[in-house]
Design a protein around this ligand. Structure first.
Ligand SMILES: [Zn+2]
Length: 68
């Protein structure tokens, strides 16, 4: 299983947020990776929503640092 679906996952080389909405039978999942090396993942509606929010706040904290 090498080289399969690798681009779908954010890494520190290609930072970003990736959310999979899930289906009737599978819970939604989400993961993010930041250029600074921070990364996290979550599974389930509530956890993914919190992850998206956390990633937004994480990016905002970098924006503040850059402004200094
Ligand atoms: Zn970061």
């Amino acid at each position: 299983m090498t080289g399969m679906a690798k681009d779908l996952h954010p890494t520190t080389d290609a930072p970003g947020l990736h959310v999979n909405g899930g289906s009737r039978y599978t819970a939604p999942t989400g993961e993010y990776a930041c250029r600074c090396g921070a990364s996290d993942s979550a599974k389930g509606d509530t956890a993914v929503t919190a992850l998206v929010q956390a990633y937004g706040e994480h990016k905002a904290s970098h924006a503040k640092e850059a402004r200094r």
